[in-house]
Design a protein. Structure first.
Length: 138
């Protein structure tokens, strides 16, 4: 690192304390030399509202928390940020692989467990019931 280069500052961690899945507070490992402390979230993406199947689900994603706010470029109007890690999205087959990677790299992480889907079973005949709450319209 040249002598006139600005010193790197560690990134701010989230204000909420990080916990492991059994709700114990997690001690952050010390940063390695010339590296920036980073925090990440590990989650399993839900299916989008635009798909009826469960394609592109069932895997785990590690995303880094934003280090800087995004801002609008005054000349072109693009949304910009100096945070390069916001573009990194790592995928893993299992939750354990994602956690092992974060621990191996010394990342502070939090795991967001997937929410159970609430499915209501209705039949097509429900559309034509005489006691519908909303009238049938075309």
């Amino acid at each position: 690192m040249p002598a006139d280069a600005p010193a790197r500052r560690p990134l701010a961690l989230p204000s909420a304390p990080l916990h492991s899945n059994d709700r114990r507070k997690v001690a952050l490992p010390p940063a390695r030399n010339n590296e920036v402390d980073m925090s990440a979230r590990i989650f399993s993406p839900a299916k989008t509202a635009m798909q009826s199947g469960k394609a592109k689900t069932g895997h785990w994603v590690l995303e880094f928390d934003p280090a800087q706010r995004k801002k609008i470029d005054p000349l072109m109007g693009y949304t910009t940020s100096g945070d390069m890690l916001s573009q990194v999205r790592l995928t893993f087959d299992t939750r354990d692989e994602a956690v092992a990677y974060a621990e191996k790299e010394g990342l502070a992480y939090r795991v967001e467990e997937p929410k159970e889907t609430k499915r209501r079973q209705i039949s097509y005949a429900e559309n034509f019931r005489y006691d519908r709450r909303t009238p049938w319209t075309h």
